[in-house]
Design a protein around this ligand. Sequence first.
Ligand SMILES: Cc1ncc(COP(=O)(O)O)c(C=O)c1O
Length: 377
Amino acid sequence: MSREFIPAAKPIIGDEERAAVDAVMASGMVVQGPQVAAFEEEFSSQVVAGVHCVAVNSGTSAQHLATLASKLESKAGGTPEVIVPSFTFAATGNSVAITGARPVFADIDPVTFTLDPESVEAAITDNTVAIEVVHLYGLPANMGAIMEIADRHGLAVFEDCAQAHGAAINGKPVGTFGAWGSFSFYPTKNMTTLEGGMVSTADAELARRVRLLRNQGMEKQYANELVGLNNRMTDVAAAVGRVQLKKLDEWTERRRANATALDAGLAAVPGVLTPAVPDGYRHVYHQYTIRLEGASGAERDAAQSALREEWQVGTGVYYPIPNHRLESLAPYAEGVELPNTELVARECLSLPVHPSLSQADLDRIVQAVAAVVKAGA
Ligand SMILES: Cc1ncc(COP(=O)(O)O)c(C=O)c1O
C-alpha cells in the first residue's frame, strides 16, 4: 500500500508570510529596522510577559551575545564555569566555550530529559558562575530546584529556550526565570523567522549590552562603545516572525492536542515510555520524545528505520551523541560520567507532533510504533 510519508517536522510558511516579505522588500528598509522593533515588542508581550527582548540572527547568537553581555568572572580567579546539560544541541555548550568560559556538563533526569538538580549541585566548584538550563523538547526544566540551588550558591541562571516558545510553569513563562533566556526561530522550531533568535531579559542594562553587541557596539552610528559583532536580524526575517507569532498559540494548542492523542495511544504499549509532564508545567511539544525502554542505540536506530521504511513515518533522534562526547566539547569533559544522559541518548526517539498532522496520521504513528516495538521485543 502506498502511503504518504509523515515527516518528523513540517515548517508552515504560507501566503501571509510571503506577502509580509514582499512588503518589506518593496519598502527598501530590509535590515534591522521597524519590523525588528515591532517583532521585539510583540514577542515580549505575547511570549515573555513583557520583559525586554532583543532580536538577533540565530538562537546561537542569542545565547552567545547574552553570555558575553553577562561578563562572566569567577570570584576565585579561575576560568569561569557554566553548568550545562550534555543532552542538548551543541549550541548550548558552544555558546559558553566560545566566550572563553568553561562548559561543565551535568546529568539529566531521565524522565523529564532536563537538568537533574542533584547532578548540578555536585558539579559546582569555586569557579562556577552560572547554571544554563535547557527547556528541552518544549518542557520547562525544574526551575524551582534550579533557582533554589542558584540562590544558595550565588549563581546566575541562564535559560536556553530554543525549543520552548510559550512553555511555562504555573503560568510563568520560560525566559523569565533567570538572568536571560534565548529563543531560536530556525525553520523546524515552533515558530520561525527562517533563521533568527531572541534574547529575553528583565535587566535593562543587559538588554542594552546585547543590543550593542549585535551591532558592532554601536547605539549611535559610528560612536562604537564596545567591541561587538554583526548579529542583526533582518526586517525580512522579523516580518515573517510577526506573522508566525500570530499563529503560535493556535499551533501550540495543536501540538499539545496531538501529544495528548499520542499519549493515549501509546500509554499501553509495553516498552514505550511516553513524555512525563510535572504538575503545573506547560509543555509546548517542540518534540514528542519517547524512550524505547532497554533499547541499545542500534535497536533504536533499527526501530527508526522500520518506522520510515515500513510505515512511512519520519522520526528524529535528538541527540544520539551527548555533548560531553563530541570531539568539539569532549576536551571540557575529561572524566565526566553521565549515566542518565547515556541511557536516554540510546533510547530516545522523537515522533511527529507538528500542527499539520491529521487524525489518520496520529493513528498511523501509534499503530506503527506499537508494531515496530512488538516486532523488536
Ligand atoms: C536546544 C537548542 N539550543 C540552541 C539552538 C540554536 O539555535 P539556532 O539553530 O537558531 O542557532 C537550538 C536550535 O537548533 C537548540 O535546539
